[in-house]
Write a protein that binds this ligand. Sequence first.
Ligand code: SAM
Length: 417
Amino acid sequence: MCHGLSENAQVKAKRHNDARGASHCVWLLNVHGFVTRKKKLQEFTHKPVPSQLYRALQQAIGEAGGWLPFDRFMALALYTPGLGYYANDLVKFGAMPGSGSDFVTAPELSPWFGRALGQQVAQALQATGTQEVWEFGAGTGALAQQVLEQLAAQGLTDVRYHIVDLSGTLRARQQERLHAFAGRVDWPTALPDKLQGVLLGNEVLDAMPVQLLVRVSGVWHERGVTFVPGAVDEGCALVWQDRPTHLRPPVDVPGEHDYLTEIHPQAEAFVRTLADRWTQGAAFFVDYGFPEAEYYHPQRHMGTLMCHKAHRSDPDPLVDVGLKDITAHVNFTGVALAAQEAGLQVMGYASQGRFLLNAGLLQLAENAPLPERAQLAKLVNEHEMGELFKVLALAPMASADGWLPMGFAVGDRTHAL
Ligand SMILES: C[S@@+](CC[C@H](N)C(=O)[O-])C[C@H]1O[C@@H](n2cnc3c(N)ncnc32)[C@H](O)[C@@H]1O
């Protein structure tokens, strides 16, 4: 997702890290107990979360013995039926806070995103001899609409489009938006045993729960969530608690300095699940993130976990739970390795800007009105979405040879993964 597009992404990342650093000391309860609990309760106490979700969290923490690893907390905060952020009926997607939205994504920002991606999809369908598109995490259905319109413009009117989304409320919005394509779009509740076609996911990997690892005084801990005992009101006393762990980041992080980061077992398991069933086609995953050498750089010591609400970012997922998005950057090396180990081939890895230009964005939008061209420039400008966002393409072995996805014709960075 994209915020304050006029700001430099690196400046934002630094601000994020500063904010996290500033509040770090008040979030943390150490594993040895609540030594300072009376005196410091104020500092640890967060704003209320919606009461039903709070009760669900409290129950889950209780059932887990008093401590939930962060990935389980994140899953509940985002996907608890009817209550989690992606399961409730808040607006979420939109260009401006005035609409009640929290963030904007590329297909919401400009329809030319999905049209250019649609050209890539058309090439991939033809090259792999498939006739189906599977989109994961389709949001409002904007990308589906853009891709289907582009496919139709290229004469591909018989392609079937399947949408898989964890969110029931978003599914309803997608159905409303895509009614013009009724009969060709469906919402399967499970993957078929044999999966064929072009797979798409825009900002879906970043929405998958992550585990938090924190190195404190040279010792690795897993960061989880608990609540302050005795805090009976819903003034919500969700707090961090770290426990020593054998888990480690996938690469060594040089140095002994304190270091917070994420690992992504769910995103990697998701790719393995696809690989188990997928026989033919190509996949394009678009998201913000880095190769692992950048992800686990010693200077990125406050990780990438971030929340989004009303077009502002904040680093505290324990506040306003269920009312804001929680996300982490993608470790593209981890996803690519999981794919390779499961028998898939990496077909390309490039910045979003480079990918869209290769896919013909500028030629497609040649006659677009000036305001639309100004908007689409944000998709490719390096200081906006063009560089932080990447595209990773995968294919089953049977579909990997004899063609090059057009989006990677120039500027492929697979070697950097
Ligand atoms: C940040 S939104 C992106 C929405 C849309 N792709 C866009 O670009 O506007 C993340 C979406 O991924 C969905 N999601 C998260 N995990 C998923 C999974 N494992 N399978 C399918 N959808 C998932 C969420 O429900 C939500 O619709």
